[in-house]
Write a protein that binds this ligand. Structure first.
Ligand code: GLV
Length: 317
């Protein structure tokens, strides 16, 4: 049995696969594998371990006739045509759960960094602009007593809320379904998306990206935000209409934004780089040594489980 891995992964996922008698081949470069080379490499494999940077579309899937499982090293799987894979009897798996806390930590870090202008202050220091303490230098915003709006109260959204609750905030959320335990545990209240946009001081986005969440936050509802609102996105860039957000930030209609993901990732809209009231991160939501190793390990375990037992641990299709 053979698995192709589209990039070198942290941890010991390869040795786990080899121990189980599965031959691994890993694309050695740090560059994202080209579609044509990927297609060449997956012709005879039993499994593919891939990343969110690999677009696994119909054409790719049509070229993996012996493949039984596509194991994505991510919780999101919008990079894979999961319906078409299903049609071709290929199981698609992801790595949920293990990155929840790590990603929640980053969302909270972004909120705090935006509220207290951490990145701007760091740049100020490096530019040797700190001449004296001043009563109005780098004034930011408090969290205590403020309203946090959680868009998408799944695993990550709920963990972000739990962390922010300890800052003495009030939690409101928008979600397709009501989350009774979440309401009971944190006193959170389910509201409409427009209500959330209008009434939150801090907004954090945790929905998966799919057809129904493309530009979920758009010109119409982004403009409902309070003048001192902060918005943070650690989910997928396509969920926010980026040009509309840029306009708001440019015209100082909101306080700040923190982005870990982008609409045309890895290409960054140059307008974003010109703004001071934004913090930009390179999609590092799950990027800790511990979590990325666990994700790779789980991706390998999903492959083993499908190839040896015919059943995935984390199927998504
Ligand atoms: C990261 O963005 C993931 O989906 O795991």
């Amino acid at each position: 049995m053979k698995v192709f891995i589209t990039q070198k992964l942290p941890g010991n996922c390869e040795s786990l696969l080899m121990k189980k008698g599965i031959v691994t081949e890993t694309y050695k470069s740090d560059d994202i594998i080209s579609k044509s080379y990927l297609i060449k490499k997956i012709k005879n494999v039993d499994a593919l371990i891939c990343l969110l940077t690999n677009k696994i579309d119909k054409e790719v899937i049509d070229n993996m006739s012996s493949c039984k499982v596509i194991s994505n090293v991510a919780v999101g799987f919008n990079n894979i045509d999961i319906e078409y894979a299903k049609l071709k009897k290929i199981v698609v798996t992801n790595t949920p759960g293990i990155l929840t806390d790590t990603t929640a930590d980053l969302a909270v870090s972004l909120i705090l960094a935006c509220a207290r202008r951490i990145a701007e202050s760091d740049q100020f220091m490096r530019a040797r602009k700190f001449k004296k303490w001043m009563p109005q230098l780098m004034l930011g915003l408090d969290l205590k007593g403020k309203t946090v709006g959680i868009i998408g109260a799944g695993r990550i959204g709920q963990e972000v809320a739990a962390r922010l609750k300890s800052f003495k905030t009030k939690i409101i959320y928008s979600s397709i379904t009501r989350k009774l335990d979440f309401e009971k545990n944190l006193g959170s209240i389910k509201v409409s998306l427009n209500y959330l946009m209008r009434n939150s001081d801090y907004i954090t986005v945790h929905v998966p990206f799919n057809k129904s969440t493309f530009h979920l936050l758009n010109k119409q509802n982004l403009t409902l935000m309070k003048k001192d609102a902060v918005i943070v996105n650690t989910s997928r860039g396509e969920v926010i209409e980026e040009t509309a957000l840029i306009e708001l930030l440019k015209n100082k209609k909101i306080f700040a934004a923190g982005l870990d993901v982008y609409e045309n990732e890895p290409n960054i809209n140059p307008e974003l780089l010109k703004l001071k009231n934004i913090i930009l991160l390179p999609h590092i939501g799950s990027a800790t040594i511990e979590t990325r190793s666990k994700m790779s390990f789980l991706a390998a375990k999903n492959v083993i489980s499908v190839l040896k037992n015919g059943k995935a641990i984390n199927p998504v299709n």
